[in-house]
Design a protein around this ligand. Structure first.
Ligand code: HEC
Length: 115
């Protein structure tokens, strides 16, 4: 007999899958150009979601120009980043990945490395 999965259960399963992918990528250094830093390098979850530095250190020892905020509960923010330039986390996520002072990567490179 074929098991029926309701639309609601299906949505929850997809959400759980996306969250688990996102969680593993958060610790994956391959998101940076030289495989040296992951999101958690600056947003240390064991340290309040920050690195406790005035300015974070990105790839090749590059020093950022602005303090790293926590990532805890950021989904509740009205906007992302200190100046609110991203209205949600979908818009926000390419910021650190492509920032030359942070991860200095490109999505095609990341997809090639993860593939
Ligand atoms: C090199 C350090 C560094 C790395 C690596 C980094 N971030 Fe950040 N993150 C920052 C800084 C600095 C800001 C603040 C930037 C701004 O406001 O202009 C920030 C802001 C954020 C914010 C917005 C928080 C808020 O309150 O507005 C989120 C969410 C976030 N980062 C998630 C991530 C994710 C996900 C990754 C990995 C893909 C990542 N960060 C990688 C330094 C880093």
């Amino acid at each position: 007999m074929k098991a029926a999965v309701s639309a609601q259960t299906f949505k929850i399963l997809i959400l759980v899958l996306l969250v688990s992918i996102y969680n593993s990528l958060f610790f994956d250094k391959r998101l940076s150009n030289d495989n040296s830093i992951s999101c958690s390098g600056c947003h240390n979850l064991a340290n309040g979601g920050t690195d406790n530095l005035q300015f974070s250190i990105g790839v090749n020892g590059a020093t950022g120009k602005i303090n790293t905020p926590t990532v805890y509960n950021t989904h509740l923010n009205l906007a992302q980043f200190w100046d609110g330039q991203a209205s949600n986390q979908i818009e926000q996520v390419s910021g650190p990945v492509e920032n030359p002072l942070e991860m200095a990567a490109t999505w095609p490179d990341i997809i090639r490395k993860l593939g």
